[in-house]
Design a protein around this ligand. Structure first.
Ligand SMILES: CSCC[C@H](NC=O)C(=O)O
Ligand SMILES: [Zn+2]
Ligand SMILES: [Zn+2]
Length: 474
């Protein structure tokens, strides 16, 4: 639009200048004015052209990262690290690579602040992505196809290669305009988030290498928002991956008897299903937000005696198993929940036993829920809100993230962390088929990070009256 208007203005100015120069009646001052207008238009046009080129280059760099298949179950991180290192070199950032587990690199890029003694700002993203069923996608999930609407289709376009690249693009832009941070800024790229972070952030965050970064605040991933308002997360639910196993006497398929493995397991499924409905009702009735209830979803059922064409139909099996993905909100009581599982959902009295494939309890060292403060006691919250607004974005009430992210490890250490992925007007497609992000939202997100980085890294601390009114010790 602006481009077209400038085109018209440019053309008009040129035509008028020529016409008036030819008609001798024109006063020389009017001609000068017109020439000046022409000059201004050319300058503006050149500037706009340069910024369009810069945006296109940023989009191409994003696509280059997306096509690197750092995908589970066996992600090869080397090409991703190599690409990010080349970006760091191009931008002019220091780089360190750590390996807390073999072939699971953690990359930390650093932009040193004018006062490196001040605690730093850390922008985190994970390099790994979940698998994609290629044949069920419109486009190859690792081709980063850019369609005519400006949508980029790729696994990781929302979760969360977008964020990692937006951090880098924002730094690139701030450096180009001559900005110098007061606080040091670190940008970390970690492996293995999608499988719980055991060989990634869980080892990195408690390490000496992390301590040396002297981190004051962390930004990590959030979720897309289908409307204009960005979402922000200050806590997350704890994943408990429960497997219930039932045993019982086998018997003829025609016989009614008590305590068969499947009958016992189905009783558990009934109880769990009612519990699930009660939690879901709270959301449906508007009494709780999604992140405030316990979710429990069956994820596998295993039973029966297989044959080449199906299952034996007249034998009641002697064992059966069911798996559940359970998520506990920060304020749920883990002890009471353990009791519910042991006494009602999987009691030994019904020939049931249970194990956990994952049992995370997001509690800090004092046993309290890890929530980042979102009131005036936390200057980073005020700065985050202000900078998003300043960038022209709107931000919703802080929420509890439904799933788990690496932010839990830093909150656990008592460091404030926000989950934020600047994707407004975007359907939530993480882990889904046809994950995409529109170029417009991607570029808008870079503007937002420019503001955040500028604001966070300029914050002098509690005495910095120009930046915040809060007096919280950092
Ligand atoms: C047990 S940690 C699993 C982490 C994973 N994170 C993103 O999807 C999740 O399922 O929440
Ligand atoms: Zn993610
Ligand atoms: Zn994910």
């Amino acid at each position: 639009m602006i481009r077209e208007r400038l085109h018209c203005e440019l053309l008009l100015a040129m035509v008028m200048a020529m016409a008036m120069a030819m008609v001798e009646k024109t006063s020389s001052s009017l001609l000068l004015l017109l020439l000046f207008d022409l000059f201004l238009s050319i300058c503006l046009f050149a500037k706009l052209d340069a910024s369009v080129d810069a945006d296109n280059a940023a989009v191409e760099r994003f696509r280059s990262y997306l096509v690197i298949p750092s995908v589970h179950p066996n992600p090869n991180y080397a090409p991703a690290v190599e690409f990010l290192l080349s970006q760091a070199q191009d931008i002019g950032l220091d780089a360190q690579t750590f390996e807390f587990a073999e072939n699971k690199p953690v990359l930390v890029l650093t932009w040193k602040g004018k006062n490196p003694l001040l605690p730093s700002v850390l922008l985190n993203s994970h390099m790994d992505v979940v698998p994609a069923e290629k044949e069920k996608w419109k486009h190859d999930p690792f081709a980063a196809v850019l369609d005519e609407k400006g949508d980029i289709y790729a696994r990781g376009s929302q979760d969360m290669k977008c964020v990692g690249m937006q951090y880098l693009e924002a730094v690139r832009r701030l450096k180009a305009k001559g900005f110098k941070p007061l606080r040091t800024l670190h940008i970390s790229f970690v492996p293995e988030e999608e499988v719980g972070g055991v060989n990634g952030a869980e080892k990195f965050v408690p390490s000496e290498e992390f301590k040396a970064l002297n981190v004051a605040v962390v930004l990590d991933e959030g979720l897309a928002s289908p409307n204009e308002t960005y979402r922000v997360f200050n806590g997350e639910r704890s994943p408990w991956w429960l497997v219930i196993r039932a045993t019982g006497a086998p018997g003829h398929g025609s016989k009614l008897y008590d305590n068969s493995a499947l009958e016992n397991l189905i009783k558990s499924l009934d109880l769990i299903s009612s519990y699930r409905a009660s939690q879901f009702d709270l959301i449906k009735e508007g009494l709780a937000a999604e992140g405030e209830v316990v979710s429990v979803n069956p994820v596998f059922l295993k039973a029966g005696t297989p044959t080449p064409t199906g299952f034996v139909m007249n034998v009641q099996p002697s064992e059966a198993e069911a798996g559940f993905d359970i998520r506990l909100p920060p304020l749920a009581d883990p002890v009471a929940f353990d009791k519910l599982i042991a006494e009602e959902w999987a009691p030994a009295s019904r020939n049931l036993s249970f194990t956990f494939k994952q049992k995370v309890t997001v509690r800090n060292k004092k046993g309290l829920p890890c929530l980042t403060a979102t009131d005036s006691s936390n200057p980073w919250w005020l700065l985050l809100k202000d900078s998003i607004t300043k960038a022209g974005g709107s931000i919703g009430q802080p929420e509890i993230f439904l799933a788990a992210t690496d932010a839990r490890f830093v909150r656990d250490e008592g460091i404030p962390a926000f989950g934020f992925s600047p994707m407004a007007n975007t359907p939530i497609l993480l882990h889904d088929h046809n994950e995409f992000l529109n170029v417009r939202e991607y570029l808008k997100g870079i503007d937002v990070y420019c503001e955040i980085i500028e604001t966070f890294s300029s914050y002098g601390g509690p005495d910095d009256q120009s930046k915040t009114s809060s007096h919280t010790e950092l």
